[in-house]
Design a protein around this ligand. Sequence first.
Ligand SMILES: C[S@@+](CC[C@H](N)C(=O)[O-])C[C@H]1O[C@@H](n2cnc3c(N)ncnc32)[C@H](O)[C@@H]1O
Length: 512
Amino acid sequence: MKPQIKSVQASKLTLDKKNANRGTARGRALLDKSLQEFGAGRSILVDRHGAVIAGNKTLQQARAAGHKDVLVVQSDGSKLIAVQRTDLDIKDPKARALAIADNRVAELDLEWDADILAELEKEIDLAPFFEDDELAELLRAGGEEGDATAAAVSLAEKFIVPPFSVLNAREGWWQDRKRAWLSLGIKSEVGRGENLLKLSETLLEPDPKKRARLKALAPGGQSLSPKKGESASLKGGLTHRTSIHPYDGGNSDAGQTGTSIFDPVLCELAYRWFTPEGAFILDPFCGGSVRGIVAAKLGRSYRGLDLRPEQIHANMEQGAAICPGVKGLHWIVGDSRDIAKSCKGLSADFIFSCPPYADLEVYSDDPRDLSTLEYPQFLKAYRDIIAGSCSLLKKDRFACFVVGDVRGKKGQYYNFVSDTISAFRDAGLGLYNEAILVTAVGSLSLRAGRTFSASRKLGKTHQNILVFIKGDWRRATEACGKIETALPDEIAGALPTITGSDPASKFGEVLQ
Ligand SMILES: C[S@@+](CC[C@H](N)C(=O)[O-])C[C@H]1O[C@@H](n2cnc3c(N)ncnc32)[C@H](O)[C@@H]1O
């Protein structure tokens, strides 16, 4: 568009009723002095109807100073517009003083109007302009705390669940949403052996005779010997396990069967909060199918690696049944120590995984399986895999690992959470968020009393969600775009109408 210039009466331009800057007396005085002494400097900005977008105070002061007409330059924003003052030379003291006045007026004349900001927050995303704590401070400065429930509901509407550092998977709405996801037919436990804790004991038994005996008694009658041509790994195992998975505290959704799955709601939150639609997600320890299927249903691409072919086959079957014809959903058999090589040329928007928690569960008797290793060897391989995965992550992007600490033979924690943080840091990423996922108590109540009396060990009902940043968090946030909250229709249709639809229920515990 060719810029056009016309003269408009100053009184015809309208001030913005929702201007979030109150202005200050000092600022106004300096603006007045500047207009009188130096004349009009920088332009103001109006919309197509002559309503002021920026420069309300300048227009007011100019009118007061007797400016009857305003020169309006019409533009579609494709060209920067410069006001050229033909009477000024930058070398002149007057021009220098105007430069200072211009900056100083902007500085002195700014006082945010908390009420208007609170109103605007409902219409537009203010995150690019303020840090969270800055905005919270400004809104508090408004004097009125407002209705905490309403604020919480608004957070839930915007982000699915308030983005606090404690996420409570015990709440009814979470469980409802999880059930809705599972109604797709996700069976993440398929491909994993039954009773992995029992299996751990079997595979880690140092005495070969005892080990052979335990193997013969393997849960579910599985044979642990590999098929010809298959790397040493579990066969079959399309069974429900009964052990306590570190992830869901033993009280999985399937409850009675003890079936363990990665929480699809947590997965949804991670994808929606830290990736845009179309993002490519890389998962070096994919295990079951959940993270891949949720990615596909939310319009993201996904590549999950796992050492065990039977797990990958089971995931592919699930993927074909639940997401037929979807492109960009890949599960690959492989040792993730080689991830930098095997995925060479790929660049991920998000690294997301739930690794083996040292030897808490043992997934196979493949010596390359990290869960079979003593902690020092485990840690070395684990660090290599994190470094390899992070080398495939684009700059200015997030990564997230869901972990939980594990006790070693002496009953002390390995410090696995901190070791994970160190591994990411050494791979060049910074720790950006640390959140606690509160998991269901389930059968822990039955065991915790005896354990605590005998050992003073607390019953663990949480996991640690670690979010890392590679590069600049501002650019990473920008790359994530707007957060969508609506579930795909096929999943939303399965949400119960009573508990699941009330966003206020997400705050039951937070607000008390
Ligand atoms: C904690 S499990 C993942 C379980 C997953 N969170 C779920 O809910 O299904 C870790 C996975 O890492 C895999 N794994 C172990 N060592 C590996 C390696 N060197 N390369 C790739 N995958 C490996 C195991 O086979 C196992 O499936």
